[in-house]
Design a protein around this ligand. Sequence first.
Ligand code: HEC
Ligand code: HEC
Ligand code: HEC
Ligand code: HEC
Length: 140
Amino acid sequence: MFKKTIVCFTAFAFLAGFTAINNAMAETDKGPAEMVLQATVDAAKKPKPAEFPHKKHQEELKLACKECHHGKGADGKQTPYVDGMKIEKCETCHYKAAGMDKKIATFKDAAHTNCKGCHKEMKKGPQKCKECHKGSDDKE
Ligand code: HEC
Ligand code: HEC
Ligand code: HEC
Ligand code: HEC
């Protein structure tokens, strides 16, 4: 009886440990906390790196991943973000040769539409070039 209890307990401990490890592995990768975004595929002659506090947008501002991330289906249309999906760089899909709509044709266009669009809508967050492109002038 005593032996059985121990075996049982050991099995339980093993299972509990296994589940904990499994959960840790399944936890969503939230990406870097701070980023400097820079177009590479359709980059302008004068690079304009943009600062992006990723973690602030996720945690402090409590924005859902789907506000910025999505995928592409076999039909070429946008598929909604789902937890645990592979998150790809915007440029994987938004580049000139892919022939998307003018407003989202490049990383620059997709980012300006997404980032500035939300800042404008929420009447919060930077609209001015220099607020994102630190250290660069206000010209294209
Ligand atoms: C809310 C932040 C934000 C604001 C405000 C903003 N941009 Fe951007 N911009 C980005 C992001 C993000 C990218 C894509 C990554 C990159 O190349 O910097 C980008 C890309 C660009 C690029 C392409 C850079 C390259 O190296 O190819 C240019 C040019 C540009 N922006 C000009 C401007 C100008 C001019 C303004 C003001 C009228 C402006 N941006 C305002 C975020 C912003
Ligand atoms: C306000 C917009 C925004 C929100 C909200 C957001 N992200 Fe991001 N995330 C980005 C941008 C922009 C990048 C950089 C993409 C690029 O380099 O092309 C990025 C990059 C990432 C990357 C790295 C991808 C790579 O291969 O470099 C991961 C992982 C990620 N995000 C996960 C998440 C998760 C999970 C959430 C929700 C908890 C989330 N993000 C919320 C905008 C956002
Ligand atoms: C796996 C491919 C893929 C990736 C990666 C991707 N997009 Fe998109 N995106 C699409 C497709 C497809 C559409 C829909 C195009 C259409 O309907 O013409 C779209 C539409 C958009 C739109 C317009 C519609 C909307 O939802 O507002 C914006 C803005 C946008 N993407 C920004 C981004 C940004 C910013 C990133 C990176 C954080 C990103 N996309 C990453 C494929 C992608
Ligand atoms: C869905 C809404 C939303 C999207 C999309 C979004 N932002 Fe923001 N962002 C905000 C809000 C709201 C604030 C204002 C935070 C504040 O005032 O404290 C903000 C603030 C910022 C700030 C200033 C941070 C600070 O500490 O003052 C930067 C820089 C910024 N965003 C860059 C970006 C870039 C670059 C993108 C696109 C890759 C982006 N944001 C996309 C909502 C958004």
